[in-house]
Design a protein. Structure first.
Length: 188
């Protein structure tokens, strides 16, 4: 069982503020999230077509209970210069083989923002939660997500078929150890 901070903190990067998800985020998520470009390579547990109450249901039934019991950590992504704007989300989960997931609005892609967010939550995973290994599954066809894992120093440890919103895909399980992460940070 991971160590659990009493309160999930707001994290900051050079350009982003990562705020713990709250029920008040539901309207912004509902307006932004149900786009094929965002959901196609996400787990098939996400309903598609996305229901009108999908964001609120996710927050009430999944994210907030997971956060309350110390098994999940969910943040909204917000530009530091415009913190009232929600542009995506990132999560950590205490699940074997599935510890991190994220999404970002298409208009905010290709700027390195998700790499910044991943670095912040990876630090949190290893330094605050005291975890020794981070494992991240992703559809092999999701090239942008693969690049983020590569830049973060992760490596593929196995492949398998998994179900995504867009159907079954060849999936890769990427891994990074705490020692590898700390060595990368020290080398920067």
């Amino acid at each position: 069982m991971p160590q659990t901070p009493d309160i999930i903190p707001t994290l900051e990067t050079r350009r982003l503020q990562l705020r713990p998800l709250a029920l008040s985020d539901a309207p912004a998520i509902q307006a932004l999230f149900p786009q094929w470009e965002i959901v196609r390579y996400l787990t098939d547990s996400i309903p598609w077509p996305y229901p009108a109450d999908g964001a609120e249901s996710f927050l009430r039934n999944v994210a907030l209970p997971g956060m309350a019991c110390g098994e999940e950590w969910h943040w909204s992504l917000r530009p530091k210069l415009e913190p009232e704007i929600l542009i995506g989300g990132i999560s950590l989960m205490a699940r074997p083989g599935d510890n991190r997931g994220f999404w970002i609005a298409p208009d905010w892609r290709k700027q390195g923002l998700m790499s910044e967010a991943c670095d912040a939550v990876t630090d949190f995973w290893f330094d605050v939660l005291g975890q020794e290994v981070l494992q991240v599954p992703k559809a092999g066809a999701n090239i942008a997500s693969r690049r983020i894992s590569e830049r973060g120093g992760m490596r593929i440890i196995r492949t398998e078929m998994r179900a995504y919103v867009s159907g079954s895909h060849f999936a890769e399980i990427w891994e990074l150890t705490a020692a590898e992460w700390r060595a990368r940070r020290a080398a920067r």
